[in-house]
Design a protein around this ligand. Structure first.
Ligand SMILES: [Zn+2]
Length: 256
């Protein structure tokens, strides 16, 4: 597919979802339309290798003004089409289609959906949570962009396993610089890596990644700098997803 052609269509949700459905059919993934939000159908793709425990959760596009995330997730899947059947993936390719189409962070009612996982009033979030309720993942990745960023950075919610965020940033660093600020979004950062320890019993589950931390051994929120070249940001996401999956399966990373 011609990349220049796609570059102008990264906010075209119908084009994105059509490409995903073709890819899912060719790859042997199950397509699940799980909710309608605004006028758009939301999809999830499931590999036949996915079981209740040990899967890989990948999502993008909860913020619509972050197109390298949605496009990067698609490009990663396209690149690995022949092995998707064997990888236990659960993929949410775009959680906010209206936002993507309108290049807006929020949904049509000005809600930041990434602050709504504690609510039970949004049908799309209820429907997604229903799909996740009984699952435990080995890895959960939420893909984002940030227009204030000076490079790629990521949040890693630290649980039992040894962290691997720095290695993901090293993979992104082939394409975009790593954000070297000491403080990012009010949190202490170490070469783009923001480690978070969260007491999940006390912390309100407002954000997707916080919700997922209850369901995943590793939870990563990856960010690329949205003022940087689109093609390189897309490649940075592809590289981070791939590295995270490799590392998740190479070893359990459990501390002795
Ligand atoms: Zn975001």
């Amino acid at each position: 597919m011609n990349f220049e052609f796609q570059r102008h269509r990264v906010h075209d949700y119908r084009f994105l979802s059509k490409r995903w459905q073709i890819l899912a059919r060719k790859a042997g993934l199950k397509t699940l339309g799980y909710c309608t939000a605004e006028e758009f159908e939301l999809f999830c793709f499931l590999s036949p290798a996915l079981t209740e425990a040990g899967g890989i959760y990948l999502s993008a596009g909860i913020h619509g003004d972050e197109p390298a995330a949605t496009e990067g997730l698609y490009q990663w899947a396209e690149l690995h089409r022949s092995v998707l059947r064997e990888l236990p993936v659960m993929i949410f390719p775009c959680l906010n289609p209206w936002g993507l189409v309108h290049n807006r962070r929020t949904d049509s009612e000005n809600r930041d959906l990434n602050r709504c996982y504690h609510l039970d009033t949004l049908p799309r979030i209820n429907a997604q949570i229903e799909l996740l309720r009984d699952r435990k993942f080995r890895l959960a990745m939420c893909l984002h962009e940030d227009y204030d960023a000076q490079g790629a950075y990521l949040y890693e919610i630290r649980q039992k396993l040894s962290p691997f965020g720095r290695e993901l940033l090293a993979a992104a660093g082939y394409y975009v610089p790593v954000d070297l600020r000491r403080t990012i979004e009010g949190r202490r950062a170490d070469y783009g890596w923001i480690a978070r320890r969260i007491n999940l019993k006390k912390f309100p589950l407002v954000a997707e990644a916080i919700y997922l931390a209850n369901h995943s051994e590793r939870t990563v929120t990856a960010e690329t700098p949205s003022e940087y070249d689109l093609g390189l940001r897309i490649q940075a996401h592809v590289a981070m997803i791939q590295r995270a999956i490799e590392l998740s399966f190479l070893s359990t990373g459990r501390k002795a």
